[in-house]
Design a protein around this ligand. Structure first.
Ligand code: NDP
Length: 288
């Protein structure tokens, strides 16, 4: 029987740790506080920001979504960012992407102070990952960090395994490859120019699909002997309004060892990790 790697049991088991840690801060008179900066009303961003707020509040933290008008100028945007960096009551802060057209040229990588960077995008934080850190409280990108939490929960061994990550974005694919490497997997990072993707996948123990191509990964990409673990990061909205991952879930679910569904797999782990990173940000928060 294949195993369906749902996020729900992971979060159910792990949320108490976050609640307890949050309570410790509350007992010391500190309310962990996340600010989410949203510019405009991009429909998916509205959902993501609301989910982040909801989850932070569930663990006892505070989260405020600061919404700016979609026509906000660069000058005004930068002023708000500087204000949030300077505000000592704000422990974590993230800029919800994408930004509207007039701001889309801005490189947001290092805009949020490294110690408030719950998204884990700042080059100081990425550099720690690059140098091999496996510290749990590293402010690392939420989707790959959440996937590592999920793999650990389901006791999926990473060390010594061969992994293929498909997609080389800065927020998912590349940090995912680094995290797996740091945990002693042997990793191939694939992308749209990769040749022989099918055979690369067929020969891997762990396959992580993060390319945003709905249902691309059919049985052709797998060994079909119930030995492989598949983590599907992709989320695409289909014509009928439903969500699809990069994997053809129904087609492959019985022929792999374990697989994450979409929705209900990686997505909630990303939200969980935002809240986890908020508490990790507080652990490392500089004293006056
Ligand atoms: P990007 O568009 O930034 O990157 C996509 C990557 O996939 C690129 O490296 C691209 O290659 C590669 N790629 C695209 N098509 C193919 C193909 N046919 N074969 C091989 N490689 C391909 O996407 P993101 O990393 O931001 O997101 C990827 C997917 O994950 C999306 O569906 C997104 O919605 C989802 N996502 C889900 C999250 C969650 O919480 N579940 C969080 C973040 C993203 P190249 O570099 O050569 O162009």
């Amino acid at each position: 029987m294949s195993q369906i790697l749902l996020a729900k049991p992971v979060i159910k088991a792990e949320i108490n740790k976050l609640k307890l840690k949050c309570q410790e801060y509350l007992d010391n008179g500190i309310t962990p506080f996340l600010k989410v900066l949203l510019v405009g009303d991009h429909p998916a961003s509205l959902i993501y920001t609301r989910n982040k707020k909801k989850f932070c509040e569930k663990i006892g933290a505070q989260c405020e979504i600061l919404t700016l008008d979609s026509r906000t100028s660069e000058e005004d945007f930068m002023e708000v960012v500087e204000g949030l960096n300077a505000d000592k009551s704000v422990h974590g802060f993230l800029i919800q992407l994408p930004l509207p057209k007039q701001l889309s040229h801005i490189d947001t990588t290092n805009l949020v102070n490294a110690y408030k960077d719950v998204d884990g995008f700042h080059s100081d934080n990425i550099s720690k990952l690059y140098r091999g850190s496996t510290r749990e409280n590293l402010l690392a990108p939420c989707t790959p960090k959440g996937i590592m939490t999920l793999l650990d929960f389901y006791n999926i061994e990473v060390e010594g395994k061969s992994a293929v990550v498909i997609g080389r974005s800065l927020i998912v694919g590349k940090p995912m490859a680094l995290m797996l490497t740091n945990r002693n997997a042997t990793v191939t990072l694939a992308h749209s120019k990769t040749k022989n993707l099918e055979s690369l996948c067929q020969n891997a123990d762990i396959i992580i699909t993060a390319c945003g191509s709905p249902k691309m990964f059919t049985q052709n990409y797998f060994k079909n002997d119930q030995s492989q673990v598949v983590i599907d990061v992709g989320i695409s909205r289909q014509e009928d309004g439903s969500l699809s991952g990069d994997c053809d879930f129904e087609n492959i679910k019985d022929s792999v060892k374990a697989i994450t569904p979409v929705p209900g797999g990686v997505g909630p782990m990303t939200i969980f990790t935002v809240a986890q990173n908020l508490l990790h940000a507080l652990d490392n928060y500089p004293e006056d």
